[in-house]
Design a protein around this ligand. Structure first.
Ligand SMILES: Nc1ncnc2c1ncn2[C@@H]1O[C@H](COP(=O)(O)OP(=O)(O)O)[C@@H](O)[C@H]1O
Ligand SMILES: [Mg+2]
Length: 219
């Protein structure tokens, strides 16, 4: 069997709040295979964003181990290994859509003609070919999230982490963004971890998990 793209074993995480310690994750384990899609649901405050922060290597667990394709996460690998999409898009307001997509390439090197062509191609793929020169403020929420999806895929990552990507979108727009995200990941064999509150969206992934009391289990 192929090496998992992502492996997390027995992750534990607590936060210190004043002099109180808040236990968020106690024993969370997860394996995601190449090209596989997995959804994670859980109550608000159950630790879904905390878990994604650990999986993305942006924060460190108190205990447990994470591997990206068999090796520990590292800042040097992040830009090529991982793409991320967030509820609030996080586009740079001063940059137009094409430049926002290119920001991902800039994490690796100064973009040239190849990167510009890829950015244009990705914007076309997410249905925004005509919007490349528009600023985020000139785009709707759904369009902004499409730009963010294009940016997340710019460096052809092996894994895409999405934290409630439809949380700020109306139902119809959210459905379209999820369909696009799943189609793109399938086309490019990118593994996907999708955190969502939406049961119908969760059902569309290969596997469904639930985060409860610090532990991940089958939904
Ligand atoms: N940086 C932090 N410092 C202290 N507590 C935090 C921090 N981040 C999250 N928490 C707490 O950890 C718990 C889980 O938060 P979070 O991972 O954001 O949950 P979810 O994404 O499932 O809504 C919550 O109780 C939250 O208040
Ligand atoms: Mg969250």
């Amino acid at each position: 069997m192929s090496q998992p793209v992502l492996s997390a074993r027995s992750l534990a995480k607590t936060y210190l709040s004043g002099d109180r310690r808040i236990g968020v994750l106690s024993d969370a384990s997860l394996e995601v295979l190449a090209g596989e899609s997995v959804s994670i649901r859980g109550e608000s405050g159950s630790g879904k964003s905390t878990l994604l922060n650990l999986l993305s290597g942006l924060d460190a667990p108190d205990a447990g181990a994470i591997e990206w394709g068999g090796a520990p996460p590292s800042p040097a690998r992040r830009a090529t290994f991982l793409g991320m999409v967030f509820q609030s898009f996080y586009l740079i307001p001063e940059l137009n859509a094409a430049e926002n997509v290119l920001m991902a390439a800039r994490m690796i090197r100064a973009p040239g003609r190849t990167e510009r062509a890829r950015s244009a191609e990705l914007l076309a793929r997410v249905g925004l070919a005509e919007r490349a020169t528009h600023l985020p403020s000139q785009l709707s929420g759904g369009e902004r999230q499409r730009v963010a999806v294009a940016r997340a895929l710019m460096n052809s990552p092996q894994l895409l982490l999405a934290d409630e990507p439809t949380g700020n979108l109306d139902e119809h727009t959210g459905d379209a963004v999820i369909a696009l995200l799943l189609d793109l990941c399938r086309e490019t064999s990118t593994a996907l971890v999708l955190v969502t509150h939406n049961a119908a969206h969760a059902q569309k992934t290969n596997r469904q998990l639930f985060l409860r009391e610090g532990v991940l289990s089958h939904a």
